[in-house]
Design a binder for this molecule. Structure first.
Ligand code: AMP
Length: 373
């Protein structure tokens, strides 16, 4: 092996990074609480629970990255005494705190919904007065997939919202955004400062969890350069190395940034088959100091998550123009356990494929039949 990359986390994102690393003769190791994890089959997993786990993990690799956004900064600080982490610690620290993230967006002139920091019942009441209703109240740290959020629609919900989220610590109140669509942009920055961007993904959620992404996001030619400009500002400002994701709302006043993820992202899984070089391979290339690959689209794709329960493999593979990715996770309600990439060669075929897929997927699929690609 030419190099070893140590990855904080051992979930499906780590698994797919290691799958992309293998043909480059790059080995991955992982640091994960549950050693029986999706990445286990691809390299050694060091347990976060073992007494010497962190040190063994640090000794196991040449350079480090992460797939878990809530990687403890205290672990990163131990690591960076002797080894390098890509992306930089600062990007991770900012992404772990919604208020720091918004402050960075403000500093770089990346528009966000009006917001207020909330740390008491009085400051929540003040935020309601200043921002008006409805607002989305979010915990500043620890929230994901819509958890740690309360949509406040009337003043008589203020006490309840405070009771539910107040104990979680610092909060942020945001104006409720009337958006037409949710999109994400993924980009990679190499060690020589090169930046490459994939096309916008249009993201659809079911109960707060990503259900499917359409790439390139339809009717987005005017949005692409704007999103590209925003993410490039972030990458350059942070002197970032690796893949970064920016989630955005499409509104009648243009794009508003929601949040960033300092890692490969579920809305980029399409790129394994749909792009010349996937988000996983380009992340590995960047972390290993190699030249970046083309982010050009091979064919428009729809990526559908498998959530909670597996469909029959034979049924999925019987469909034409489909790739199946299983993460070797046990079935559990609301859990992402695999994904399917649909690569039809026109919109008519997409409609047929979606209809067929909806019949064999155990999780409800809110794919609209008039989807265009
Ligand atoms: P987040 O955890 O910030 O990504 O939020 C999860 C989901 O909640 C987003 O994908 C949106 O669908 C919704 N959401 C978050 N913030 C807002 C907002 N300010 N206005 C309307 N919807 C929001």
């Amino acid at each position: 092996m030419d190099k070893t990359i140590g990855i904080f986390g051992g979930g499906q994102l780590g698994r797919m990074m290691a799958q992309a690393a293998l043909p480059l003769n790059i080995q991955c190791t992982f640091f994960e609480a549950n050693t029986d994890c999706p990445s286990e089959i691809l390299g050694p997993v060091f347990s976060t629970k073992a007494e010497n786990g962190l040190q063994q993990f640090i000794n196991s690799a040449d350079v480090f990255s992460l797939e878990f956004e809530n990687t403890p900064l205290s672990d990163v600080d131990v690591l960076t005494k002797s080894k390098t982490l890509h992306p930089p610690r600062q990007a991770l620290a900012i992404a772990q705190h919604r208020l720091s993230e918004k402050a960075l967006f403000d500093e770089l002139d990346i528009p966000v919904a009006p917001y207020k920091a909330v740390n008491s019942l009085d400051s929540l009441k003040n935020a309601v007065t200043v921002l008006g209703l409805p607002i989305v109240l979010k915990t500043a740290t620890g929230g994901y997939d819509g958890k740690g959020q309360f949509v406040l629609r009337s003043e008589d919900q203020i006490d309840q919202a405070w009771m539910e989220l107040g104990p979680a610590g610092e909060l942020v109140a945001e104006s409720f955004v009337t958006f037409s669509r949710e999109v994400s942009i993924i980009a990679v920055r190499g060690q020589n400062g090169d930046v490459k961007t994939w096309p916008l993904a249009e993201n659809h959620h079911h109960h707060g969890i990503l259900s499917h992404s359409i790439v390139p996001a339809p009717n987005s030619a005017d949005l692409q350069p704007v999103a590209q400009d925003y993410i490039t500002r972030l990458l350059n400002h942070l002197n970032y190395i690796g893949v970064l994701t920016l989630e955005l709302f499409v509104t009648s006043h243009g794009l508003l940034a929601n949040e960033m993820a300092p890692r490969v992202h579920n809305s980029g899984h399409w790129s394994i088959e749909g792009a010349v070089c996937s988000q996983f391979e380009n992340h590995v290339r960047a972390v290993a100091g190699l030249p970046l690959g083309s982010t050009e689209v091979v064919r428009p794709t729809v990526m559908v998550n498998i959530i909670g329960q597996y469909p029959k493999t034979e049924d999925v593979l019987a469909l034409e123009g489909v790739h199946l990715h299983l993460y070797d996770k046990t079935e559990r309600e609301g859990r992402k356990i695999g994904h399917i990439t649909l690569m039809p060669n026109d919109s008519t075929k997409l409609t047929t494929l979606c209809r067929q897929l909806a019949k064999i997927l155990p999780n409800p699929l809110s794919l609209s039949e008039d989807m265009t690609i």
